[in-house]
Design a protein around this ligand. Structure first.
Ligand SMILES: Cc1cc2nc3c(=O)[nH]c(=O)nc-3n(C[C@H](O)[C@H](O)[C@H](O)COP(=O)(O)OP(=O)(O)OC[C@H]3O[C@@H](n4cnc5c(N)ncnc54)[C@H](O)[C@@H]3O)c2cc1C
Ligand code: SF4
Length: 511
């Protein structure tokens, strides 16, 4: 008897075992309002998912699978995943529905509840994408308050035998080469070209507009630059390995006004939609490092591998260990509103103008822009983590809750009180000035703490530590900051705190 097999928009795994078994099945993909509307997404994110899903459906049809594809504008579309499945079960006279476990708690709950209530026989299987099971991290850190990523990463390296010597030691005798990385560009920036694709997605774009889906951000629908097919994603991976990997680690944390992705891979959409598997990405890059040992140093490849088999798997484990409570954590009890310029990029602060501007233009910012510019500001300004999450979940092409919320609420806002990070990632203007050329073109002065010209990051930074002393001063990684603050002249401290209060109470919208 025919089965229905549901493939969600972020389950485009070409190598899933579904496609090598011999089962009479109709593969179902659907564009639905429940997915376009659960938050306000960037237009390029919605287009990418629909374009990738359509291309995946074409691939399946070409390979002789039966496919039922529902477009957003189709008249038979109930606009809900389970509603469509119930209808299709009647159309195809099916009793059995199979689905791959969703990565999002919201969808996972929805499918489980439906499976219990439906008269159909519904079962779930793995997406066969990740290197760990949902509960592995929880088991690994059983009884621990803080989940130290580094120890999880070492376990992953050993388990998968990645960058290990035959006698079980880390290649190069060190697990982590971060110390050699994270340079700024200095006076003469060595900026790489950016790889673009060019695809006409006007039909998808017009459909989204006609259906009245509310989105954010910009798009050039006749010249869409993101890879959305398997071929394009593999091409992007090869391009990264050959061209950007040689300086990936070195400039991982650097930022520059003239280049919006620098030496980063821009593979997060292809990975999160499962078009590429984490292991194939890592192996392709390791092959390139082995081929070009003179051009690609161990510190570059180790830094990249750590992001994928370390951070990415780790964040997924944190998500499943702590949801749904995680979505309500607010350690600092922050409740201010996000300034409206987060949605327009219209601010005088050059770092934020650039980071937000490129996010609206390309649905992308690299890790340090997300962490140390937008996220840093939001935390220093005491913005409600719900509003911060909403912004991050909407704006980035790779934003899916399991990896968005753990990075935003956890790593960036410390709203989890230290499950992900051992201390909050905050900085004054010093860090941004060191790692970018943003401050050179800014109306504010990075060296001042108070006064109209003073960079807002400076007073907000000291205010943050002052206000949160009871929560942070016992943290051994922060003690130095309090010693510096306590040594500052009382008048300077008063002026700094007064300036911060002035900004927080009257000026956030006008910065
Ligand atoms: C506040 C905040 C929000 C974030 N939201 C998301 C999100 O919604 N979706 C998302 O995929 N990543 C998110 N990240 C992590 C990271 O910033 C992005 O994965 C990365 O910028 C994507 O660009 P890239 O592919 O060029 O990455 P590269 O710098 O080239 O890194 C390679 C790959 O490593 C993985 N990776 C790197 N860092 C992380 C990390 N901290 N957590 C998980 N995976 C990581 C990604 O898959 C990425 O594609 C967020 C980070 C912060 C600080
Ligand atoms: S001076 Fe301050 S606001 Fe301006 S770019 Fe530098 S860090 Fe950002």
């Amino acid at each position: 008897m025919t089965k229905l097999r549901l493939i969600l928009g972020d389950q485009l795994n070409h190598k899933h075992s579904w496609f090598s078994d011999d089962v009479d099945a109709v593969y179902v993909l659907m564009e639905v309002r429940s997915e376009t509307d659960y938050t306000r997404h960037h237009i390029q994110k919605v287009v990418s998912f629909f374009a990738a899903m359509r291309s995946f459906a074409e691939y399946l049809i070409k390979n002789n699978f039966r496919v039922h594809y529902i477009k957003l504008s189709d008249s038979e579309n109930t606009q809900s995943i389970t509603g469509n499945l119930e209808k299709l079960a009647t159309t195809y006279n099916c009793q059995v529905v199979e689905y791959q476990q969703p990565d999002e708690f919201r969808l996972d709950e929805m499918m489980r509840t439906w499976a219990e209530e439906s008269a159909l026989e519904v079962s779930a299987c793995s997406t066969e994408h990740f290197l760990t099971q949902r509960d592995d991290l929880k088991t690994f850190f059983e009884g621990k308050k803080t989940y130290l990523m580094e120890s999880f990463y070492r376990k992953m390296r050993t388990e998968y035998n990645i960058l290990m010597t035959p006698n079980g030691k880390p290649t190069g005798e060190k697990w982590n080469f971060d110390h050699d990385n994270r340079k700024n560009f200095g006076a003469k920036a060595q900026l790489p070209p950016i790889k673009f694709f060019s695809r006409n997605v006007d039909d998808i774009f017009q459909m989204i507009r006609n259906e009245g889906v509310e989105t954010i951000g910009e798009i050039d629908p006749k010249n869409f630059i993101w890879p959305v097919t398997r071929e394009e994603s593999l091409e992007m991976l090869a391009w990264f390995a050959e061209n950007a990997l040689p300086l990936f680690g070195t400039y991982q944390d650097a930022m520059h006004t003239d280049n919006w992705s620098l030496y980063h891979s821009r593979l997060s959409f292809a990975l999160n939609s499962k078009i590429l598997s984490p292991l194939e990405v890592v192996n392709r890059c390791i092959n390139e490092w082995e081929k070009q040992p003179e051009t690609i140093s161990l510190s570059q490849i180790e830094g990249f591998v750590r992001q994928i088999i370390g951070w990415r798997e780790y964040m997924r484990g944190v998500y499943w260990a702590h949801m749904p409570e995680y979505a309500n954590l607010n350690y600092f009890n922050n409740h201010r509103s996000l300034p409206s310029w987060f949605w327009t990029g219209k601010t005088k602060m050059n770092c934020l103008k650039n980071a937000i501007g490129q996010s609206l233009q390309h649905a992308y910012a690299h890790h340090i822009q997300r962490l140390m510019v937008t996220g840093n500001f939001a935390l220093l300004a005491g913005i409600d983590p719900n509003e911060v999450d909403e912004w991050y979940l909407g704006i980035y092409i790779d934003a899916i809750e399991w990896v968005e919320i753990t990075n935003t609420r956890g790593m960036s806002q410390f709203a989890d009180g230290g499950i992900v990070g051992t201390k909050p990632y905050v900085s004054s203007a010093n860090y941004i000035k060191k790692m970018s050329n943003y401050c050179q073109g800014c109306q504010y002065d990075a060296s001042l703490r108070h006064g109209e010209k003073a960079c807002p990051f400076n007073s907000l930074y000291w205010n943050f530590y002052d206000q949160n002393r009871d929560k942070l001063s016992r943290n051994p990684r922060i003690g130095m900051m309090y010693r510096t603050w306590d040594k500052m002249a009382p008048e300077e401290k008063t002026k700094t705190l007064e300036h911060a209060q002035h900004l927080l109470e009257n000026k956030l919208e006008d910065l």
